[in-house]
Design a protein around this ligand. Structure first.
Ligand code: ACO
Length: 333
């Protein structure tokens, strides 16, 4: 039998912080209401990382769980790709910090920056390295501490975001399973609708958009909403067309968790029922690039996806960036 070099997910893991921030707590912080937040977003609570815990520690927990789930040791990992918009440091990168924390001494480590679409960009990058036989076992870890980049005086954004980490190990999988088709895209010309400045020096710009604050998210919510609603349905359909399947063949769509209304719009466009759109938004809020791997790990733990099932993961976010990947699930229960 010839060896398959098809790439697929062979291990998953995640972690959410214990601390919860509920809608009723937010009512005491800004002028908002539980009713408004649920009706406009679908979110009831988010998890918040303890202020003493560095992001890389949370990332390392998710990474360790994914490596264990794959039946591997940290020393088996050849490459670590991390994604985050809220790193502890610009350098060392999150991936290098995770490498040190989990003692994956044989790995190369670098980060990929694509905001909420980070996990899909990392997946597509990792897939190339496996299929061209450069690396065998690749860890993707997506971790976010958005509470550290949220302006809790801005009611338009502070109700949306939460913290968490998800990870996946990619390896070679049986033919007929694994990553079937991936599309990633960028629209840099529209990037100013969602920003998180760090060392940016244009004071007038920072004053206009962020009232002088750097290191907090600013978003034109309705622009992002329109973009996300359109692109999500489009790229899901595109990856299905590439593989030659229809939405009836898809067990679940696993979207980036930003707003329940975006997921409902996409379901309508794709003509599929909401029970095939996985969502944990109610309890996590938007955890940017961590949201898709956290969802996949939850679905795997709950036994919702079986070997041979086709799922589409789909994301959109800052940059602007977007992407979707159709996977045939490779793992046994
Ligand atoms: N509570 C009460 N009222 C509010 C709140 C709030 N938390 N936030 C806004 N409002 C008010 C506004 O001030 C506005 O009032 P006005 O009409 O008097 O001016 C009214 O509600 C409507 O505001 P909109 O911004 O039009 O509300 P919308 O229905 O668009 O919902 C939201 C806002 C939830 C942000 C939505 O636009 C959205 O989800 N956008 C997409 C966000 C997203 O997908 N982000 C993903 C990327 S994030 C990342 O990459 C890190």
């Amino acid at each position: 039998m010839t060896q398959s070099y098809k790439a697929g997910i062979i291990g998953v893991g995640s972690v959410l912080p214990e601390k919860r921030l509920t809608n009723s707590q937010l009512e005491c912080m800004v002028e908002t209401s539980d009713e408004w937040i649920i009706k406009r977003t679908g979110i009831k609570e988010r998890r918040i990382i303890d202020e003493t815990v560095p992001l890389y520690k949370m990332a390392a927990i998710a990474a360790t769980r994914a490596i264990e789930d794959a039946g591997l040791q940290p020393s088996d990992i050849d490459l670590i790709i991390a994604t985050t918009v809220t790193p502890d440091y610009i350098t060392p990168s999150l991936s290098c910090l995770v490498q040190k924390e989990i003692e994956a001494a044989n790995a190369v480590a670098f980060d990929v920056s694509a905001a909420c679409t980070g996990f899909i960009f990392a997946l597509q990058t990792a897939r190339q390295f496996i299929e061209n036989r450069t690396y065998k076992n690749i860890l993707i870890v997506s971790a976010e501490a958005l509470s550290r980049a949220t302006d809790y005086k801005d009611r338009k954004t502070c109700v949306l975001f939460g913290d968490g980490a998800g990870a996946a190990v990619l390896g070679t999988v049986e033919d007929g399973t694994g990553i079937e088709s991936t599309i990633i895209g960028s629209i840099g010309s529209k990037g100013d609708v969602l920003t998180l400045p760090f060392l940016y020096t244009n004071q007038a710009d920072i004053q206009n958009r962020n009232e002088g604050k750097t290191q907090v998210i600013w978003m034109d919510g309705s622009e992002v909403f329109t973009f996300a609603s359109r692109i999500m349905g489009k790229v899901c359909q595109n990856v299905a067309d590439n593989v030659g399947v229809t939405m009836d063949d898809i067990a679940y769509i696993v979207p980036h968790q930003a707003n329940m209304r975006i997921l409902q719009n996409a379901a309508k466009r794709l003509n599929i029922s909401m029970d095939r759109i996985y969502s944990n938004l109610e309890n996590t809020g938007n955890i940017s690039s961590a949201s898709i791997p956290v969802c996949i790990d939850e679905m795997h733990s709950k036994g919702l996806i079986k070997k041979g099932d086709k799922i589409i993961i789909v994301g959109f976010g800052g940059g602007l960036t977007y992407g979707a990947s159709l996977l045939t699930w490779s793992k046994d229960d």
